[in-house]
Design a protein around this ligand. Structure first.
Ligand SMILES: [Zn+2]
Length: 283
C-alpha cells in the first residue's frame, strides 16, 4: 500500500512539476520581454509603453497622471503645476517626437566643418585637455506643443539623455493663427502676429506668412517651428546667429510670447487664434 501511495504521489508531483515548469517558462518569457524592453530603450514605441507601465510616479502630479485623474496636458500647463518627471509628458502626449539640434562642428583638415549634434569643448588642466560635450534636444508633437532642453556632460550619451529629459520638462504650448496681410484664409497655418526673441547678441523676429510660403528661417530654427506645428513663417535675425545655443533660446523666447501676449476678444476671431492642439476641422 505504501508503495502505491508513493507512486500516486509521485505521479501527482510530476504533473504539478510540469504545470509549474510551464508557468515558470511563461514567467521567464515575460521577464525576458521586460528585460529586452529595458535594454533597447530608444528602439520602438512598444518598449516605451512597457517602460511607462513600469513607471512609479513620485510627485503629486505624476500620481494623478498615472491614475488617469489628469488626462490633458493643458490642465497642467494652464494651472501652473510643475512637471518634474519626464514620463508625465510621455504619458499624456502619445505621438511625441524628439530630435537633436546640431550645435557643433567636426574638426579636421579634410572635409571638416560638417554639422554634428554634439558641441565639444575643452578645458586646459595640468593633466591635459579635459573634454565636455553639450547637446540640445527638442520635443514636440507637430501640433502645438514644443519643448527645448540643453544637456552637458563628460560623455556624449549622458549629455543626450539630460537634454531629452530637460526638453520634456520644459514643454510649453503655442498659439497659431493666420495674421498675414496677404492671406485671408481662416486656418491656423501660421502665427497670428509677429514676435521677437532675444538671447545674448542674437535677435530673431518671426512674422506671419501667407499659405504655401514654408518656413523661411535658419535651418535649425525651422526644426523647432516644424516640431511646434507652424507651417508658414517669415523671419529676420540679427547678431551672432552662428552661436546656435543663443539662437535656439531666442527662438524659444519668441514662441513663448505667442501665449503670453494679451489679446482682445475681437482679434481671436479675425486672426483665428487657436491655443495648443488643433483637432481636425469639420468639413
Ligand atoms: Zn492664411
Amino acid at each position: 500500500m505504501k508503495k502505491k501511495k508513493e507512486k500516486t504521489g509521485k505521479i501527482i508531483d510530476e504533473k504539478a512539476k510540469e504545470g509549474k515548469s510551464m508557468a515558470d517558462k511563461n514567467k521567464m518569457r515575460k521577464f525576458n520581454k521586460k528585460r529586452s524592453g529595458k535594454r533597447s530603450r530608444f528602439s520602438g514605441k512598444k518598449d516605451e509603453k512597457n517602460m511607462l507601465e513600469g513607471w512609479s510616479p513620485k510627485t503629486e502630479t505624476g500620481k494623478k497622471v498615472k491614475t488617469l485623474e489628469i488626462k490633458d496636458l493643458d490642465y497642467i500647463l494652464d494651472n501652473g503645476f510643475s512637471v518634474l518627471e519626464p514620463e508625465i509628458v510621455d504619458f499624456l502626449i502619445t505621438d511625441l517626437e524628439q530630435d537633436l539640434i546640431s550645435l557643433g562642428q567636426v574638426k579636421g583638415k579634410f572635409g571638416g566643418g560638417a554639422r554634428i549634434s554634439f558641441r565639444r569643448t575643452q578645458k586646459k588642466t595640468q593633466e591635459g585637455n579635459k573634454l565636455k560635450f553639450s547637446c540640445m534636444a527638442i520635443v514636440g508633437n507637430r501640433n502645438g506643443y514644443i519643448g527645448l532642453g540643453f544637456g552637458k556632460a563628460k560623455e556624449t550619451v549622458p549629455a543626450r539623455d539630460k537634454a531629452f529629459r530637460k526638453a520634456r520638462l520644459n514643454i510649453f504650448k503655442i498659439s497659431r493663427g493666420c495674421g498675414s496681410w496677404k492671406c485671408n484664409c481662416k486656418t491656423p497655418h501660421s502665427i497670428p502676429f509677429a514676435v521677437e526673441g532675444k538671447e545674448g547678441s542674437v535677435r530673431i523676429k518671426l512674422m506671419p506668412a501667407p499659405k504655401g510660403t514654408g518656413l523661411v528661417v535658419e535651418k535649425e530654427c525651422a526644426k523647432i517651428l516644424g516640431m511646434a506645428g507652424i507651417k508658414d513663417v517669415w523671419s529676420h535675425t540679427e547678431g551672432q546667429t552662428k552661436n546656435k545655443v543663443n539662437l535656439m533660446y531666442a527662438c524659444e523666447k519668441a514662441l513663448k510670447k505667442l501665449i503670453s501676449t494679451k489679446i482682445k476678444a475681437q482679434d481671436i476671431d479675425t486672426l483665428t487664434i487657436t491655443e495648443g492642439k488643433i483637432t481636425e476641422v469639420k468639413k
